[in-house]
Write a protein that binds this ligand. Structure first.
Ligand code: DAH
Length: 355
């Protein structure tokens, strides 16, 4: 019977294909191999077709061996296809690695993160004030209307109270709450919590219903400073503002005060510094004036002392507040403040390692 020869030939053929499958290195090679395996003229197919002619006594055994060869071939092809797929995935990942966003992948390898520019700025300013003898404190972002407005002598009709300027959370009959619109309510908390002398700053996030633009974002950061002691004068306020601005911006930057109005200070002043972009000669950023406004300041209003039970006959004090984001923006030379909350690593990474 000639089945012996046919079976051997089929075995050799399957062996050869299994060997090729183990070495397959590309999708194209795999397709060729599949084609060869499916060839209707192959020794395996011929053997299937000649089954009817085989001695019925031998047929079951030959059939079993044929099945085994078939499944050897199938599993070799399956393994080859899995291997090719894995190679392709690997190659695609390798080729597209930088397209995903070069900085993300690099940071995975370098493993370097960094504090946000605003955090670094806040910490640097805290250090400056700590060196001047100030304590660092904090207040909550959800504040009572009384702390945020009333106690600061901001009357009911003041525009800052209007809902279009503030994020009110709860209009209670007794007491409304809102996202604080400034860090000044921490002044109230400080004076309620401790007796003078008080030398403290309060950094933190504040919220206003501002439409974002190059100089405004609806959530931003401020630092409030409060000093209450015996014999504190306006000259102390001016000297303090000069010290901290030159510590942060460098000695070539000068500070000046201009009369202003704030309900919780009297007298009040806005403080400005030499424009960091043009150095004072006048440019677009400073609208040609050579000066940039940084924040508000003044002597603590007697009404505020009254609200917290401090005797204005014994004590006097000053307060000022300014935006951390604005300071960061000016020293870093960022034309647009909106990049700060956007957290684009291509921008933030430039300030990495400063702290
Ligand atoms: N809270 C004011 C604001 O956000 C800034 C300010 C003005 C703070 C005068 C003060 C101050 O402490 O004395 O616009």
């Amino acid at each position: 019977m000639e089945t012996g020869g046919g079976l051997n030939e089929a075995k050799r053929w399957v062996e050869e294909l299994v060997g090729r499958a183990a070495r397959v290195a590309s999708g194209a090679e795999l397709s060729k191999l599949r084609e060869a395996a499916g060839d209707r003229g192959s020794p395996l197919s011929s053997l299937y077709r000649s089954m009817k002619a085989i001695d019925p006594a031998l047929r079951p055994e030959v059939g079993r061996q044929l099945q085994e060869l078939r499944s050897q071939l199938d599993s070799a092809l399956e393994a080859a296809s899995a291997a090719v797929l894995a190679q392709e995935v690997e190659a695609t990942l390798e080729a597209e690695r930088d397209d995903v966003g070069g900085y993300l992948c690099r940071s995975r390898y370098e493993g370097i993160g960094s504090l946000h520019l605003i955090t670094m700025t806040r910490m640097e300013l805290e250090d400056i004030f700590v060196a001047l003898g100030y304590a660092v404190t904090e207040g909550p972002e959800v504040e009572s209307e009384w702390n945020n407005f009333e106690a600061l002598n901001i009357p009911k009709f003041h525009p800052a109270r209007a809902s279009q300027d503030s994020f009110f959370l709860d209009f209670g009959d007794e007491e409304s709450t809102l996202l604080r619109t400034h860090t000044s309510p921490v002044q109230i908390r400080l004076m309620q919590a401790q007796k003078p002398p008080i030398y403290a700053i309060a950094p933190g996030r504040v919220y206003r219903r501002d439409t974002p633009d190059a100089r405004h974002t609806p959530a931003f950061h401020q630092i409030e400073a409060l000093v209450v002691d015996e014999g504190i004068s306006f000259a102390n306020l001016k000297a303090t503002i000069e010290s901290f601005t030159s510590a942060y911006f460098g000695p070539s930057i000068k500070a000046r005060l201009r009369p202003a109005y704030f309900p919780f200070t009297e007298p009040s002043a806005e403080f400005e510094i030499t424009c960091t972009i043009c150095g004072g000669s006048g440019c677009r950023t400073c609208s040609g004036t050579g000066w940039i406004e940084l924040g508000g300041s003044g002597m603590v209003h007697p009404k505020v002392f009254e609200a917290v039970g401090i005797d204005p006959e014994v004590y006097s004090g000053f307060a000022f507040g300014f935006g951390i984001d604005r300071l960061a923006q000016m020293r870093a030379g960022l034309p647009d403040m909106r990049v700060l909350p956007e957290n684009d690593l291509r921008i933030l990474a430039q300030f990495r390692g400063r702290r």
